[in-house]
Ligand binder design. Structure first.
Ligand SMILES: Cc1cc2nc3c(=O)[nH]c(=O)nc-3n(C[C@H](O)[C@H](O)[C@H](O)COP(=O)(O)O)c2cc1C
Length: 166
């Protein structure tokens, strides 16, 4: 089935590492996301170092699962490549979703941990990853081999959908 329909947020992981080949595919998925005027104003930090993964929960209130995940990807925007923060957020969100869907397609589990626009989380990520001033952390993605399984979503609210006009 199309992984868009099977992807769920996974917050429990086995300690089995994500392979180097899988990390590369996830990063490639982020890099080929659509972006406004094709500016691609993003940077990705793949975190596999255990000490750095262990530090992340101290800087993000909902990241307690990250040390078990064995991989985290910080998706950042670049204010020198795209000056409008709204476009940065949208472009990085597209890259984030590409990575989540690709993780599901590879049989991996992942969860989007929001960073932008929460000032304290952004400040935490800037400090932990020594980000330059023009780099904005937008989202953090925990990825690993799933230790929980969730059914595909079936709670679609078709009342949210209209045709041709409101
Ligand atoms: C912008 C954004 C921020 C999110 N931030 C968090 C977060 O900080 N912690 C977390 O556990 N999940 C976070 N999530 C995941 C949502 O909780 C999850 O997607 C939602 O509950 C729907 O569940 P599903 O992904 O299994 O369909 C975030 C999702 C989005 C899109």
């Amino acid at each position: 089935m199309n992984p868009v329909f099977t992807r769920r947020s996974i917050r429990k992981f086995t300690r089995e590492p994500v392979s180097g080949e899988q990390v590369e595919l996830l990063l490639k998925a982020g890099l080929c996301a659509p972006s406004a005027r094709n500016k691609q104003p993003w940077h990705f930090i793949a975190v596999t170092d255990h000490d750095q993964l262990d530090r992340i929960p101290r800087y993000h209130p909902y990241a307690s699962m990250v040390p078990e995940a064995t991989l985290a990807i910080l998706v950042c925007g670049d204010l020198q490549m795209e000056s409008e923060i709204g476009f940065i957020a949208l472009n990085c969100a597209a890259a984030t979703e590409n990575i989540l869907v690709t993780a599901a397609d590879l049989g991996l589990g992942s969860v989007w941990l929001g960073v932008y626009p929460r000032e304290e989380r952004m400040a935490g990520m800037k400090e932990l990853f020594s980000l330059p001033d023009h780099i904005v952390p937008v989202s953090l993605i925990a990825v690993g081999h799933p230790a929980e399984h969730k059914p595909p979503r079936s709670d679609f609210n078709w009342n949210k959908v209209r045709y041709n006009q409101w």
